[in-house]
Design a protein around this ligand. Structure first.
Ligand code: VLZ
Length: 134
């Protein structure tokens, strides 16, 4: 059985989100609000087609892509940059490389036990998030 990320997931831990937001150039006031949030992710996976909706009381962010197909991403409501994004499988991990103005930008999703993990990378900062099924 291939890995299936589908479901509704609630954030339970968020390590160094602050450092990640600073690396993205998010302003102080926005960071202050954003780091208090407990975002929820709704993921719909159909084979290699993904819908990942990150929602919160403050901002939300929708990403739709197919694994292996590069797409133009505009991080509206986040740092508002444009990048070329490509998501690939690395074994059972879903790895995104976001090529653009920011070096070393991307993220990785994987499942560990009943938890959904997300590592967010930008420049020299790594944010580690863990989600549990709602
Ligand atoms: O996740 O790129 O699941 O896009 C945080 C919303 C969304 C809270 C972070 C507001 C998106 C923040 C992380 C205001 C600055 C992300 C991908 C992997 C899908």
């Amino acid at each position: 059985m291939p890995v299936d990320f589908s479901g509704t997931w609630n954030l339970v831990s968020n390590d160094n989100f602050e450092g990640y937001m600073v690396a993205l150039g998010i302003d102080f006031a926005t960071r202050k609000v954003a780091k208090m949030l407990k975002p929820q992710k709704v993921i719909k996976q159909d084979g290699d087609s993904f819908y990942i909706h990150t929602t919160s009381t403050f901002r939300d962010y929708l990403l739709e892509f197919k694994v292996g197909e590069e797409f133009d991403e505009e991080t509206k409501g986040l740092d508002n940059r444009k990048c070329k994004s490509l998501v690939t499988w690395e074994n059972d991990k879903l790895v995104c490389v976001q090529t653009g103005e920011k070096k070393n930008r991307g993220w990785t999703h994987w499942l560990e036990g009943d938890d959904l993990h997300l590592e967010l990378r930008c420049e020299n900062q790594v944010c580690r998030q863990v989600f549990k099924r709602a």
